[in-house]
Design a protein around this ligand. Structure first.
Ligand SMILES: Nc1ncnc2c1ncn2[C@@H]1O[C@H](COP(=O)(O)OP(=O)(O)O)[C@@H](O)[C@H]1O
Ligand SMILES: [Mg+2]
Length: 371
């Protein structure tokens, strides 16, 4: 509503909604009319059929053609014999409801699945501080589409923090999508602890990676359930610990029901920063050897960001971390920073080194200081 109001189109959109609602009402009445008339017809048929058979048997009994007991049997059987007609009419109606959604359902069912079941997939082999190597990695989302990544070479060293900087659209999140195995790439381009990404079972691979995305999804349910999702067997104490580490505990206990407060669909009742801190608590609770933060703190204000940053420092210890950030302040401390532009790696080094020698990085930093 606030978007519509601020764009001044709420009246227009309201009219559109009204037209559609009227159309829907008319269709519903038509639908009701048809189903009512045919169920009336079926009921008449069944009632008439039963009555006629009883009438005929009664006449036969009166004429002494059949014994009296048969009349009682007919009484019971006539209704039963005609019942399938009623069932048929119900199925007929259901089949039309089914047909009306079948097209969309088939679209989903027929959609090509990238994850074909493969043989000999491993569900071990990623250590406590894995090393990740991207080797000459190129990628396009669509066949014969533009290259989103072009010959990318990167190494995320074991137990270190590696950052990727670059304008939006330069391909940073695409690397995250590939690491999570959401898309297929050429074989052997990504290696984790010396083993190729394709050799891992997708579920295992994802269990080894904690990700905080820019826009985190909260599900309808309590705050506690939303955090626990990362590790269903976690105790309440562990959940609270993770929330404290993510600097979320304080605001959570101030919610009407604390950890048991219901959050709306997509977390609509919380602010962007609060949602994000819950997502970070989730990632901390998951406690996976690889931690990826994809613009994780971009919707958090500066003061909170600093606090979360400190908490994240704790979480980054003893694991391999990839930080993607559009605020340079969040990646200054990284052990190594890659600078990306248009899907290319254009530079690499520490913050100080890049400030000295890398034009693109200097521009990124300069753009920031005007924000
Ligand atoms: N699912 C997708 N399908 C097609 N193109 C995509 C998809 N996701 C991202 N892209 C395109 O890939 C490029 C890189 O996007 P992305 O990796 O999200 O950049 P960044 O995270 O650096 O902002 C952009 O040009 C974007 O439009
Ligand atoms: Mg991105």
């Amino acid at each position: 509503m606030s978007t519509l109001k601020s764009l001044g189109v709420s009246k227009k959109e309201g009219k559109r909604l009204k037209t559609q609602a009227i159309g829907f009402a008319a269709e519903s009445m038509r639908n009701l009319g048809i189903s009512l008339s045919d169920s009336t017809l079926i009921t008449i048929c069944i009632t008439a059929g039963t009555s006629i058979s009883i009438l005929l048997s009664a006449i036969h009994v009166a004429q002494g053609k059949i014994p009296y007991a048969v009349l009682i049997q007919v009484l019971f059987l006539a209704g039963e014999c005609l019942r399938p007609m009623n069932d048929l009419s119900i199925y007929w109606h259901n089949s039309y409801t089914g047909l009306s959604v079948a097209e969309e359902l088939m679209y989903v069912l027929d959609y090509p699945v990238s994850e074909k079941p493969k043989e000999n997939l491993q569900n071990t082999g990623i250590g406590k501080k894995p090393e990740i190597v991207l080797q000459n990695l190129s990628f396009q989302y669509e066949k014969d589409g533009a290259d989103v990544l072009k010959n990318v070479d990167m190494v995320f060293e074991s137990g270190k923090v590696t950052a990727i900087a670059g304008k939006s659209g330069s391909g940073k999140s695409t690397i995250v999508n590939l690491l999570l195995g959401f898309y297929e790439t050429e074989k052997n381009r990504i290696q984790i602890d010396g083993k190729t990404l394709e050799s891992f079972e997708p579920d295992y691979l994802r269990s080894q990676i904690s990700v905080v995305f820019q826009d985190s999804f909260l599900f309808y349910g309590t705050v506690k359930d939303n955090i626990r999702m990362a590790r269903p067997e976690a105790t309440d104490a562990e959940i609270m610990q993770a929330a404290m580490a993510a600097n979320a505990h304080e605001f959570i206990v101030n919610l009407p029901n604390g950890y048991d407060t219901l959050v709306g669909e997509r977390g609509a009742t919380l602010s962007g920063g609060e949602r994000q801190r819950i997502a970070i608590a989730r990632a901390i609770l998951k406690n996976a050897p690889i931690l990826i933060l994809d613009e994780a703190t971009s919707s958090v204000d500066c003061k909170n960001e600093q606090e979360i940053q400190n908490a994240l420092k704790e979480a980054m210890k003893d694991r391999t971390t990839l930080v993607i950030a559009h605020r340079m302040t969040t990646i200054e401390d990284a052990d190594k920073i890659y600078v990306m532009q248009n899907g290319h790696v254009e530079g690499c080094g520490t913050h100080e080194e890049l400030l000295q020698k890398d034009q693109i990085y200097q521009n990124l930093v300069r753009a920031q200081s005007y924000e």
